[in-house]
Design a protein around this ligand. Structure first.
Ligand code: SF4
Length: 380
């Protein structure tokens, strides 16, 4: 799909390549508000929030009200199990964990979108099953608390399929075509299943309507619009319209506008061999000048540098340390060779530690996906 509003320079496609040259345009196009409006209310904002990688939100206040008033709420997101967990999936998982940890009354709902993998990637459910175990092991290793989470596969969650059918009654081909472009009915259907996934924490199984926050990449904004539209039409269910936070898209290590699972050299997966990941960083596109002499004179251009972007998005937690890299770069005190070597070592070390943890979470991931245990639901 291509969505273009008047004067808006964006191309939004949840299932293809998305380029966003003008994030401000999205505010107008999807009614998104700046994260700055609510930043002061966010307890210990994550690095993604502090650095405006989370650039906007819809109705985040509803969730913040619930946190402040000690009321239940849910955080919901998921993954299409079409490949290893990469740093973009890590970012969304860490945001889920952030919202899960804000309150003991928070529920995390994590969906493995195997229907979407079937519709979009023609991937068999058997293949999705194997990848799902690996993906869920990554989320658990990142810190998701399974006792306060519901983790499920779409293909085993009968009520989301039933609800997708119910919601389909209010949806016409023209409506879907206007939102997603001319796509297969499989993709339209998987979009409706996603609507049901987002609304699942508001069903009676989870205690009825409650605020739900959905952290998503900017390219997923059409799904939130569709979900809110359908929730509005189903007054009888008394849904609280779901909230969302929107994340900037990271570029590929090769300098392409969006990192994609379809370009393995351009992304870092959490299952990458640490030495292979190190090589990818050493080959990455930078904002360095043509010669050492020019770099020392003019400084580098971190705004163009993918290595800097990877450190800022994913691998340097401490703001002062990141500022040091930035200042060293723009003043010409840092050169790209040693800077990339340092970044490569940080990434390799991160992967070694993470992979050690995920070895231990793999059996639990398989058990959870087999049994899909319901978490304890906090009283209302
Ligand atoms: Fe990027 Fe580092 Fe080179 Fe600056 S010095 S352009 S941050 S690799």
């Amino acid at each position: 799909m291509e969505t273009r509003g008047p004067g808006i320079n964006s191309k939004i496609d949840p299932w293809g390549s998305t380029e966003i040259e003008n994030y401000d345009g999205l505010f107008q196009e999807f009614g998104i508000r700046s994260i700055d409006d609510v930043l002061a209310r966010l307890p210990k904002p994550s690095k993604y929030m502090r650095r405006r990688i989370v650039f906007g939100h819809t109705d985040l206040e509803k969730v913040l009200d619930a946190v402040e008033q000690d009321k239940p709420y849910a955080v919901m997101s998921g993954i299409k199990p079409s490949g290893p967990f990469h740093v973009g999936s890590k970012m969304i998982a860490e945001e889920i964990i952030y919202f899960q940890q804000l309150s003991p009354k928070a529920l995390a709902s994590y969906c493995v979108a195997d229907y979407e993998a079937y519709a979009d990637n023609r991937q068999s459910f058997e293949e999705s099953w194997k990848t799902a175990i690996s993906n869920v092991a990554d989320v658990l290793a990142l810190g998701l608390d399974p006792k306060h989470a519901y983790i499920y596969r779409q293909s085993k969650q009968v009520n989301v399929i039933e609800k997708a059918f119910v919601y389909s009654r209010d949806v016409t081909y023209n409506m879907m075509e206007a939102i997603y472009g001319d796509r297969s009915f499989g993709l339209y259907l998987s979009a409706l299943i996603q609507v049901a996934d987002i609304l699942l924490p508001e069903t009676s199984d989870f205690g009825g309507p409650q605020p739900v926050i959905v952290p998503i990449g900017a390219e997923q904004a059409p799904h939130i619009r569709l979900t809110r539209d359908i929730a509005r039409r189903h007054e009888e269910e008394h849904f609280i319209l779901p909230s969302a936070t929107y994340h900037r898209l990271i570029r590929s290590l090769t300098g392409n506008s969006k990192m994609s699972k379809r370009e393995p050299m351009g992304l870092i997966s959490l299952t990458d061999d640490p030495d292979f990941a190190r090589r990818k960083i050493l080959l990455a596109y930078t904002g360095g000048r043509e010669s050492t002499k020019l770099q020392k004179e003019l400084g580098g251009e971190p705004g163009k540098c993918v290595v800097y972007e990877f450190l800022m998005f994913h691998f340097i937690e401490n703001d002062e340390q990141l500022e040091e890299v930035y200042n060293g770069c723009i003043t010409g005190a840092r050169l790209c060779g040693p800077c990339k070597a340092m970044a490569a070592e940080i990434v390799a070390e991160y992967l070694r530690e993470h992979q050690h943890k995920r070895e231990k979470t793999l059996p639990l991931a398989e058990e959870i996906l087999k049994t899909q245990p319901l978490p304890e639901i906090p009283p209302r």
